[in-house]
Design a protein around this ligand. Structure first.
Ligand code: PEP
Ligand code: MN
Length: 341
């Protein structure tokens, strides 16, 4: 339920309502807009008579039930777009953010070279896996902490904030020491202990949609993070599993547009995992921006043919540089600008 206060409501009016909610073992979360304040009500059991009870209070304009299972992530709860600030890069403020980098950090030379090229081409953040969730246990699973140190070195030189995946609750403290954004991979979207642990850090979280997750399940996973007091969630559509086998996944652009409508959280798109083929990345990157994505995350590599993971879907540094002005053109056609970096 939300309580919409009148523009003329006083702090005293708001406090009275918060107090009454407490008496019902409910929590009121304040969302302060420019004109009026909204109180979001969260708790296990909202009594059926509460709406009528609260509407009688002074300063209340109206109340509304939120019928969706997620509350804190719902657009109804928080009408304005959430903007996630990553070291000054604003995600969700209407600009188009680009995150680029290799699937995995493989060596110092590889990540430094890629980071410089990403920066040069106009990327806003650097991605790179240190702990890789691989479908087969016999493939490269990442360099671990050494990769995190190399990412930090690349950040020190280029100024690009770093995005990297954390796979288990016990690694969160370690990864959080280096990363600017904690990535939750598709395979871990419903690892609820991990979601709560990254929620407790208060750091920006990039939440990828699960391979077979519905949009509602995805938003419920975001709810787990926000419920820990961390509103800094960036949703990421990365393709879902369908009957189609010609591509690695099916890039679900419905989900980009619908998540923007159902939720106030920023939504970015990952056409690399979404398609699995480097030559499909540019068209789907452009389509994602046209569909309203707040940004893109893409895999790039100096030598994709020799990449230790996801080479087939990685753009060369040259192809990435050639794509960037086209992304800017699509954003510009929609009255949007590229994020500043
Ligand atoms: C990745 O970003 O390299 C990755 C493993 O992504 P996903 O979790 O979407 O498969
Ligand atoms: Mn990858």
């Amino acid at each position: 339920m939300i309580v919409i206060m009148r523009a003329t409501a006083t702090e005293g009016n708001i406090d009275t309502i918060l107090q009454r909610l407490k008496e019902h073992q409910l929590q009121g979360r304040l969302i302060r807009g420019e004109e009026r304040t909204i109180i979001g009500v969260v708790g296990a059991a909202i009594p059926p008579t509460l709406q009528e009870e609260i509407e009688r209070f002074e300063g209340v304009q109206e109340t509304a039930r939120i019928t969706r299972p997620y509350k804190l992530a719902a657009r109804e709860f928080h009408p304005h777009d959430t903007v996630v600030d990553v070291r000054g890069v604003k995600v969700g403020d209407g600009s188009c953010v680009v995150i680029a980098g290799p699937c995995a950090v493989e060596s110092e030379e590889q990540i430094m070279h890629t980071a410089r090229a990403a920066r040069e081409a106009g990327a806003n953040m650097l991605r790179g896996g240190a702990f890789k969730p691989r479908s087969s246990p016999y493939t490269f699973r990442g360099m671990g902490e050494e990769a995190l140190q190399l990412m930090a070195k690349a950040r020190a030189e280029t100024g690009l904030p770093i995005v990297t995946e954390v796979m288990t609750p016990t690694d969160v403290a370690l990864v959080a020491r280096y990363a600017d954004v904690l990535q939750i991979g598709a395979r871990n979207m419903q690892n609820y202990q991990l979601l709560e642990e990254v929620g407790r850090t208060g750091m920006p979280v990039l939440l990828k949609r699960g391979l077979s997750a519905t949009i509602e399940e995805w938003l419920l996973s975001a709810e787990y993070v926000i419920a820990q007091g961390n509103p800094n969630v960036i949703l990421c559509e990365r393709g879902i599993r369908t009957f189609e086998t010609a591509t690695r996944n099916t890039m679900d652009l419905n989900a980009v547009a619908l998540a923007k409508r159902r939720s106030h959280l920023p939504v970015i798109a990952d056409p690399s995992h979404g398609t699995g083929k480097w030559y499909l990345v540019p068209p789907l990157a452009l389509a994602s921006v046209a569909a309203g994505a707040d940004g893109l995350i893409m895999e790039i590599h100096p030598d994709p043919d020799r990449a230790r993971s996801d080479g087939g879907q990685s753009l060369t540094l040259e192809n990435f540089a050639a794509l960037m002005p086209r992304v800017a053109a699509v954003a510009g056609a929609l009255g949007r600008r590229m994020a500043e970096h």
